[in-house]
Design a protein around this ligand. Sequence first.
Ligand SMILES: [Fe+2]
Length: 251
Amino acid sequence: MIFRQILHPPTGCASYLFGCTGKAKLAVVDPHRAHIEDYLALAQQANSPIVAIFETHVQADHLSGAQVLAAQTRARLYLHESAQVNFPFSPLHDGDIIELGNDYIQVLHTPGHSPDSVCLVVGDKVRTETPWFVLTGDTLFVGDVGRPDLHGENHTTTFAEQLYDSVFNKLLQLEDTLEVYPSHFAGSACGRAMSGKPSSTIGFERRFNPALQYHDREAFVTFVQQNQTPAPAEFTTIRQANLNAQIGEPA
Ligand SMILES: [Fe+2]
């Protein structure tokens, strides 16, 4: 397996390219429009094509590169089945397993930050059936969890409750040794207190992530709604752009 983390410090975004070079199949997760050339260059270096592109959810803070990259590579574009987008995609369901050569990607539906949020558990069966890492999107960050307040004030508590279930009943059921790679780090407006270090483990976050100390459902729901800065004004327009078909538009 190869694994590359691509960082975009101005907005605290992290995207990922990984896959099986033995069977020449790569995946990209949460591609950023500004980094299309980087993904293509990494794939060329690995002598393997990008065959799968995943969005962990419809992003609101940066222009997605998923559609453009899919058009350029002919890779399959995956989003959760509930994503309300205006372009064709392959729907992901909770529990799906997608093979990528010797690697595999297991889908966890983890609503809370958004209804269509997923986390992706990834492994390489050449060494072990045990997964190697989890891409946590905007559900779990290093030092925080995703904000549940981006879909209207009336829904924030419901989303916070969903986030509790996603975090405690799905992500924290995973092994402590599993590496965590989120879609944002410090500098992002998608959370409150993210670390500048863009990786962790389930065990470290279980012990030291402030939000994960609130085992009580009600206390967690209250905590994740406290001290949220207002969402940046451009979130609405960026999200709308990411919901729409982008191919054929000027970049
Ligand atoms: Fe997000």
